[in-house]
Design a protein. Sequence first.
Length: 386
Amino acid sequence: MKRAVAEYVAVCDTCQRVKAEHQRPAGLLQPLKIPEWKWEEISMNFIVGLPRTQKGYNSIWVVVDRLTKVAHFIPVNTTYSGARLAELYISRIVCLHGVPKRIISDRGSQFTSRFWEQLHDSLDSKLRFSTAYHPQTDGQTERTNQILEDMLRATKPVGSLPYAEFSYNNRYQASLKKSPFEALYGRRCRTPLFWNQTGEKQVFEPDLIRDAEQQIKMVSENLRVAQSRQKSYEDVRRRDLAFKVDDFVYLKVSPMRGIRRFNMKGKLAPRYIGPFKIAERKGEVAYKLEFPSNPSGIHNVFHVSQLKKCLRVPEEQAPLEGLDVQEDLTYTEYPVKILETSERVTRNRRVKMCRVQWKHHTEDEATWEREEELRATYPGLFASHL
């Protein structure tokens, strides 16, 4: 009897969609290939939500060379058009370092626009996008963003960006065993603090070329050693997981809404939707899924950590469970019916409460919410309740 119950629960569709996984994250670390030369391959991202400056900037465009780790921090506005961003890209990156062969970024609208694709197609640069809802693909830029944000918190953001860029590029990096500036130019940067420690000397042309090649070989070897070390200790905390083409899997999602249930947003929401069939394997740790219909323009290639194997495919399946899933794999919950009302008496006042049934949930999963919060967020709910 116990065995039969365990088998039934294991293949139960509802249990597979709502139960949390208590396992190590899936997918072993897959380091990106090290570029052969400086500024041959770059990564980029935006830091948004910053205070607006007097010049109208409210975000920072971060561009990083994947070999030397040299970064440029470009102040921009989130309303900039593709043409304006292209102008900045040419003047701040291409004019200084040439045209890169490959560009790694997330799937932000700026990087997936038709204009941006046509620009780099004409420049013969290949665009490489991260898998959906998996920023770790471009971990280098994400880490640079964290460092820059820490710098800006410690200083006045207005006017400090050039100094932050200078400080970052002259900061020792363990993976390079030198600063990004030294990796790029082959010598340490001259600063007021270290005028006599830059090792200046006259270098003739043959020696200069030989020295540059030797520096790049050294940087590449240091990066290979660092990648191997990072993979070894990161894989200890991960597990290898693989699926086959035509397997069915569930896709991890996150609920988003304004009202809190039990002081936790989306407390009773399903953790997974699906199941969906695997159409193709992309690399070592990414898979392309077959959606019944394309939901909100979501890219259908996902990292293995976002997937869970379906042990038994239901005979009937509603497209995406009726959820309006957004590009960041979130969906909005909202109340559909007030089941009953009540009052809670506190020391100072009476609080009106409503027992609410939520979209995609049964009456048994209804929760008690403050009436004033519901009226402020969902005024139409009470019109239907009258």
